[in-house]
Design a protein around this ligand. Structure first.
Ligand SMILES: Cc1ncc(COP(=O)(O)O)c(C=O)c1O
Length: 405
């Protein structure tokens, strides 16, 4: 069959594939523990449900404007004022089908074929594929010091005449690292100086721990006019547990938003009116759920870190936010795909291989599930990997026998 070059160059989302694999095993009754997921199971806000139901009851579920309904834009404008101390106009805002579509459409609006977009390693799995979908090239920038915290020099080294944009995701998926204020200030200034776009993927910015405060990129911008090349991304998926509602947004200069709107209008049209209503409900409603989620995640992180720290040979950097821990298992197996498959096959624990995020030897472990699942999963992994483990392990009344070395 003849497929396009772009289609042939794209691989499916590994995290979505893992979700399917875990679901299939669960359906068969296998005692799977899924540490691979990118969503927590807390209840979505009641205000979101009520807003959706109220709109559904009107029976008026029609096309929505390609860039989002005015009421949602208004909520996003409030959000931008509250969290970024920045006042923007409706023409500076587009609502999309998740932060994923907002990033994709932003890249389509700014990248020409062969141009380059730089992002620090480890990076979210979709950035390289999104660049490819534009016929452009993703350029990973590995921090020189081997940490998860990039410095401006790491980005500078990758800049060339084809560089069009930098994507920064902090707190970061998969490392959980929240980049330093110094780095954010440096990257904002550097992109302004070089006149390149800066996409700030802030999707996890309210899920941070240890009393840290989110960093506002606009604080360091010298140019806040309509020439600003900062594209700020956010959404309801992570902070409100509304992954299935598929609402994200971008805030940027009017020309970029207009271009993104034109693209989106031919791609998907505006996001479903019902889901936009739900997002308005969440954004305008009671916010205490976000803080209780944050506290739960911080507690889960502490437990996972304690368990991993007692795992001989595994190297862990404490995540500052998100719900992921990116741990170095290379002492056991350098090929992370092999290791991840081994853990599913032997002890039914689902993890995501580090290679998907640009770093071999690592596994991404989500701590968004129940504490019992987190602790049991790490215990199962220890049993499978530690050569000094006892010969047998019971999962419920199922006996596993360790017949590998
Ligand atoms: C770093 C990052 N950006 C964007 C997204 C997309 O979020 P959404 O569900 O709003 O499309 C995700 C989801 O996993 C993510 O981890």
């Amino acid at each position: 069959m003849s497929l396009s070059q772009i289609a042939r160059s794209i691989s499916g989302s590994p995290t979505l594939k893992l979700n399917e694999k875990a679901a299939l095993l669960k359906e068969k009754g296998e005692p799977v523990i899924h540490l691979g997921g990118g969503e927590h199971k807390s209840k979505i806000p009641m205000d979101a449900i009520l807003a959706t139901a109220a709109h559904l009851n009107t029976g008026e579920v029609r096309y929505a404007p390609a860039d989002g309904i005015p009421a949602l834009k208004k909520s996003i404008i409030h959000y931008t004022e509250e969290f970024y101390n920045r006042h923007v106009a409706p023409e500076n805002v587009i609502a999309s089908g998740g932060a994923k579509q907002a990033i994709m459409v932003a890249l389509q609006a700014i990248l020409n074929p062969q141009e380059e977009v730089i992002y620090p390693v480890p990076y979210w799995v979709s950035y390289p594929e999104m660049a490819k979908l534009c016929g452009a090239i993703g350029v990973p920038a590995l921090p020189d010091d081997g940490s998860f915290y990039p410095k401006i020099q790491d980005i500078e080294q990758k800049i060339g005449s084809y560089t069009k944009a930098v994507i920064i995701n902090s707190p970061n998926n998969p490392s959980g690292a929240m980049y330093s204020e110094e780095f954010i200030s440096d990257i904002v200034n550097y992109c302004e100086k070089k006149d390149i776009y800066l996409i700030m993927d802030d999707i996890y910015h309210r899920l941070i721990f240890d009393g840290k405060k989110p960093i506002n990129c606009y604080k360091y911008a010298r140019d806040l006019s309509e020439n600003s090349k900062i594209i700020l991304i956010n959404g309801v998926s992570k902070q409100y547990a509304m992954t299935g509602f598929r609402i994200g947004w971008a805030v940027a200069n009017k020309k970029i938003i207009e271009a993104m709107t034109n693209i989106q209008s031919h791609q998907t049209s505006g996001p479903s009116i019902l889901l936009q209503k739900a997002a308005i409900g969440a954004l305008n409603g009671i916010q205490s759920g976000v803080e209780s989620l944050r506290i739960t995640l911080e507690n889960n992180r502490n437990i996972m870190i304690d368990y991993l720290n007692s795992f001989e040979g595994v190297k862990v950097t404490k995540p500052d936010g998100t719900f992921y821990c990116f741990a170095d298992f290379s002492v056991y197996e350098k090929n992370s795909t092999k290791l991840s498959e081994f853990l599913i096959d032997k002890v039914m624990v689902v993890t995501v291989p580090g290679s998907e995020f640009g770093m071999e030897g690592y596994l991404r472990l989500s701590f968004c599930g129940a504490i019992k699942e987190i602790t049991e999963a790490v215990e199962r992994m220890k049993w499978a990997l530690d050569p000094n483990s006892p010969n047998e392990l019971y999962i419920g009344d199922r006996k596993l026998v360790r017949d590998w070395s």
